[in-house]
Design a binder for this molecule. Structure first.
Ligand SMILES: [Zn+2]
Length: 259
């Protein structure tokens, strides 16, 4: 069984440190900054084996150089079609990443949209998804397309509902505000808001969360729900024929009016 340690970075990033039960070895996910990572490894006396990168943005790769300098044997895994410093293993859909010392295997999923080559790592009942899905929300579309991102979320929605989602930012509470715009009468959103306030007030994180929770409260995974479709059509000012169009209308509404 893996254990996952959360390393906060910048204002709202999370770097994930996957360890084995004895917490002797570790694998880092998206170290955007080296200093908090090096401090954590040193303090816990964990030997890092590898770095898994989901996409090319600097707040996910910025720490690679300094970490590799301190630990020259660390292996860097990243998306095949994006520029990742020191990448040793170029990954794409279906590739398996196995760590003997963690007794853990992750399967690579293409989840394009936030960026054109974004990947996620699924395994050990967990998903490390970078900036694809967030608590009650999803990433912005930079150099991918709306359709890509909708397709990526649809793929994630096929995973087991109990999957724990480790995204890279603490955005849940903010996203729930937008979820309320979309579905003012959704009581699950109210409940989740309360839970998130409690967690954050006591210095904890709202991440990870289950996919099941997302089904109930994430408007971007609820593009088939009549209330969500109605709101998206109202905002778009026209009929929307597909879930992908509903998704795009919500994403544009959030980008232009909410954030
Ligand atoms: Zn990003």
């Amino acid at each position: 069984m893996i254990q996952v340690i959360r390393i906060p970075a910048f204002t709202d990033n999370y770097i994930w440190l996957i360890t084995n039960e004895a917490r002797r070895y570790g694998v880092l996910v998206d170290p955007g900054s080296a200093a908090p990572v090096l401090a954590e490894l040193e303090q816990r006396q964990i030997e890092p084996l590898a770095i898994l990168i989901t996409h090319k943005h600097n707040d996910h790769i910025g720490g690679i150089n300094a970490i590799r300098e301190k630990y020259p044997h660390i292996e860097i895994y990243g998306p095949a079609t994006e520029e990742i410093p020191h990448r040793d293993h170029a990954l794409t859909e279906g590739d398996l990443v196995h760590f003997d010392k963690l007794d853990a295997t992750f399967q690579v999923m293409d989840v394009f949209g936030h960026t054109a080559g974004h990947i996620a790592y699924h395994g050990e009942a967990s998903l490390f998804c970078g900036d694809t899905i967030f608590g009650a929300g999803c990433g912005r579309v930079f150099d991918g397309t709306m359709e890509d991102l909708h397709h990526a979320l649809h793929r994630i929605a096929q995973l087991p509902p109990e999957t724990l989602i480790y995204c890279a930012h603490e955005y849940t509470l903010d996203n729930l505000g937008f979820a309320k715009w979309v579905e003012p009468d959704n009581k699950d959103i109210d409940e989740r808001q309360e839970d998130c306030w409690e967690l954050l007030d006591s210095g904890q994180a709202t991440v990870p969360f289950t996919l099941e929770m997302e089904f109930k409260t994430n408007p971007f995974l609820r593009t088939h729900i009549p209330e969500v479709i109605a709101k998206a059509e109202e905002v778009a000012g026209r009929e929307l024929a597909t879930q992908s169009e509903v998704f795009a209308a919500l994403r544009i509404w959030k980008d232009t009016e909410y954030d």
